[in-house]
Design a protein around this ligand. Structure first.
Ligand SMILES: *Cc1c(COP(=O)(O)O)cnc(C)c1O
Length: 229
């Protein structure tokens, strides 16, 4: 489960942080208003430890089983870590996700919201939740369609009683991401949601210009992954 070893993780992290600061300044936004979620999927605990030693505290993963293999020990050593589940979720894995993660980015249907609510009752843990919006309406991609987003937001808040904090999206690979970021920001604004999780290695500066509060960056920090994940 290790990608192409990149021995410059600390330097890469400093570079990404500097570019985030530049993008904040260019957008007239306060320094430190964007949270960097370091996406460590496929990389092992040794690589993650380098990022932790360089001061990184917020991490993203997309698979429960892989996360259960590496994060409990790291969390024991570093109780101030914040762990984000950024991948699609199957209902039967929700309890494990709620037990391990602090924020869940992929809420995309009523049933999943209900499963998170049940898991919260069972475990006493109440992770922050984001609704994933399929801004490009791509058939292969998870996320609620833009036209159904307001209804899902209401369900998450009023029926399921989740700690709903915001929205996330993954724009289509070959498209200009800016209109997708703007659409997500509009849906968040009209629903009074503060968090916008958008922007990856290739487009996080554009996402910050459009109002991202959280960027999810993997490759630019850890190097290329061995297999698409
Ligand atoms: C893998 C992944 C990322 C990070 O992508 P990079 O291009 O490596 O920065 C961000 N968000 C999600 C949902 C991902 O699955």
């Amino acid at each position: 489960m290790t990608g192409t070893a990149d021995h410059n993780i600390a330097a890469n992290l400093a570079q990404v942080r500097a570019e985030i600061a530049d993008a904040e300044r260019a957008a007239g936004r306060a320094a430190g208003s964007v949270t960097l979620v370091a996406v460590s999927k496929t990389f092992g605990a040794e690589d993650i430890a380098v990022a932790i030693a360089a001061g990184q505290r917020v991490f993203g993963e997309n698979r429960l089983q892989e996360s259960e293999g590496k994060w409990p020990a790291l969390r024991e050593r570093h109780p101030d870590l914040e762990l984000h589940m950024i991948g699609g979720l199957q209902s039967r894995k929700v309890k494990g996700v709620v037990e391990l993660f602090d924020v869940i980015h992929g809420i995309d249907r009523d049933k999943l919201a209900d499963a998170v609510a049940r898991a919260s009752d069972q475990t006493g843990r109440r992770p922050g939740c984001l609704v994933q919006v399929n801004t490009g309406a791509e058939p292969q991609k998870s996320g609620v369609l833009p036209g159904d987003a307001d209804a899902l937001v209401r369900h998450c808040r009023d029926m399921a009683g989740l700690d709903l904090r915001g929205l996330m999206c993954i724009p289509p690979v070959d498209a200009d991401p800016a209109p997708h970021f703007r659409l997500l920001a509009e849906i968040a604004a009209r629903n009074g949601l503060a968090i916008l999780s958008m922007g990856m290695s290739a487009d996080y500066a554009a996402a910050i210009a459009a109002g991202a509060t959280h960027v999810r960056v993997g490759t630019a920090i850890f190097g290329r992954r061995a297999a698409p994940a």
